[in-house]
Ligand binder design. Structure first.
Ligand code: DI6
Ligand code: FE
Length: 397
């Protein structure tokens, strides 16, 4: 397919990579050529040609951190928090993540699938062509497997690539009360079995005072290493546990949240090439006041990504563009950083180097927008600005 007279934002070489009157040639699932329309190689005859009339084209968006598969919702808990209860108090009283665990265990695989599919459709409609989905609301072998199968089915049912992350170490399930170390042993055993079933692309944990300790997190990461799986971490969301430095020592793809990240964590992430994933939806929804150290991350040259963290308890958000907007208004990113954060750097947070820019050889994942300049992606909010969404060369009907 040949897409002509486009304003390309290739995001190559660290900037916008703007090409006015650009052209994009794809074959199958791959970008064959991207550049100025005037330099289009002679004799490239495409089966189908689109004249975009100057419309903006960017790489497909990448949502690199979601908990999309779960039962029920936590709207009542939102009301409790508005009346003064804190997220930690609710969690310690057995609500929070565990209330979603109950609802998820009680739901059928088809019900989980239908609910998650509707959410994935919202993201896709907005231009998301790669989506990470974590488990972590089942917390038994069978229920974690069910959630991961649902995540795989989403990728088979929609023109969106799904990367699955195993988050067995999300919360301590009630049947293991007082036996957290034993539960971590089970999480590690299940990991090997779920990996053998092809259900896991990466491993994550929640290292926090209300969740698991650094020592327990280390055991999960050791098991991931044995399984040959890359790791990422929910780190320094509510307090500084030294999780980022720990994850970096395992070559983590990303550390996510990071409101309480300190200088040691930043240095370790820099040295390991770990991506910092900012989650402004959770920052906003929990009414956090401590901001992630954006200036220090920038000064250290750490790649910054932005994601929805979609989940029922701390970020019921289904717009990645709104998150990128909030990464600017609430967390201090500039529009270029925010757009790179939902494309090229988000792909990197998933260990994917075949997407995130519009350059030769990349996957043909891109979006044609009813917008002029790419900074408008993070300026407007609440609109549906997509004109075409193309995933692996296939245009979304
Ligand atoms: N941190 C989060 O923000 C989500 N998980 C996590 O480890 C919240 C999950 C929830 O509240 O259901
Ligand atoms: Fe999360």
């Amino acid at each position: 397919m040949l897409w002509r007279h486009a304003t390309l934002a290739t995001l190559a070489d660290g900037g916008w990579g703007l090409i006015e009157d650009g052209a994009l040639l794809t074959r199958g699932a791959t970008v064959l050529w991207a550049g100025s329309d005037a330099e289009l190689p002679a004799g490239c005859d495409a089966a189908k040609e689109h004249d975009l009339g100057g419309a903006l084209v960017t790489p497909g968006l990448v949502d690199c951190h979601t908990h999309l598969v779960y039962g029920g919702d936590r709207a009542a808990e939102f009301e409790q928090r508005l009346q003064g209860a804190s997220y930690e108090e609710i969690a310690r009283a057995g609500g929070g993540i565990l209330s979603t665990v109950h609802a998820t265990r009680a739901a059928s695989e088809d019900a989980l699938f239908e609910a998650a599919l509707a959410r994935a459709r919202c993201l896709l409609r907005e231009g998301v062509t790669t989506l990470e989905i974590k488990s972590g609301y089942g917390l038994t072998l069978a229920a974690e497997a069910r959630c991961l199968r649902v995540a795989r089915r989403i990728g088979e049912s929609l023109p969106i690539s799904v990367r699955t992350t195993y988050l067995g170490a999300h919360a301590l399930p009630p049947e293991y009360t007082g036996r957290a170390d034993e539960y971590i042993g089970a999480v590690c055993d299940w990991m090997h079995r779920l990996r053998d079933e092809g259900l896991i692309d990466a491993v994550d944990a929640f290292c926090e005072s209300i969740a698991f300790t650094p020592a327990q997190t280390r055991r999960v990461f050791d098991a991931a290493q044995v399984s040959g799986l890359p790791v990422k971490l929910h780190a320094e969301q509510l307090s500084d546990q030294g999780g980022a430095a720990l994850a970096a020592a395992y070559g983590a793809l990303s550390c996510d949240h990071l409101e309480y990240l300190g200088a040691d964590g930043i240095e370790a992430m820099r040295a390991a090439g770990t991506v910092a994933v900012l989650l402004p939806g959770a920052y906003y929804f929990l009414r956090e006041t401590r901001r992630p150290p954006v200036e220090a991350l920038r000064a250290a040259g750490i790649p910054i990504a932005v994601a929805t963290d979609h989940n029922p308890g701390s970020s019921p958000a289904l717009s990645l563009r709104l998150m990128a907007h909030m990464a600017c208004t609430l967390l201090g990113l500039n529009p270029l950083e925010a757009v790179r954060g939902i494309t090229v750097n988000a792909a990197r947070a998933l260990g994917l180097s075949d997407r995130g820019t519009l350059t030769r050889g990349q996957r043909a994942d891109f979006v044609v927008w009813k917008l002029g300049h790419p900074r408008e992606l993070v300026y407007w909010f609440g609109d549906h600005a997509t004109q075409h969404v193309v995933s692996a060369g296939q245009e979304l009907a």
